[in-house]
Design a protein around this ligand. Structure first.
Ligand SMILES: [Zn+2]
Length: 113
């Protein structure tokens, strides 16, 4: 996947109006591009990483920081997009911001070990 494809994938989260609104400078935009590329890699190829769950978590914090948002795990939205994750998508999307996460106990990444 090329750089541009990864950026497209994350629309509408990655969008220019928001970047302008957040007063993100050129350097910040490049950093965001880098972070989204890294995020796409982990989400698509989790087995290449010793601990993809933690890696995604770190990237989510880095993204929030670069977007100049408060670093807040309640707003993390990519943890259940790791390939192979079977945690519920809709319930977790609706729970965004509440701090509640719904896990599938048989999920290979988030289930009971
Ligand atoms: Zn999961």
């Amino acid at each position: 996947m090329s750089k541009d494809d990864v950026t497209k994938r994350f629309k509408p989260v990655w969008n220019l109006p928001l970047a302008v609104d957040r007063n993100i400078d050129q350097q910040g935009m490049e950093k965001l591009q880098e972070l989204y590329n890294a995020l796409g890699e982990v989400l698509d190829h989790p087995h290449r990483y010793p601990d993809p769950v933690t890696t995604v978590e770190r990237l989510e914090y880095a993204l929030q920081k670069t977007w100049k948002f408060e670093e807040d795990s309640k707003m993390h939205r990519y943890w259940n997009q790791i390939r192979g994750c079977t945690c519920p998508q809709d319930d977790n999307f609706l729970a965004l911001g509440t701090g509640v996460r719904y896990h599938n106990s048989s999920c290979m990444w988030h289930g009971e070990k």
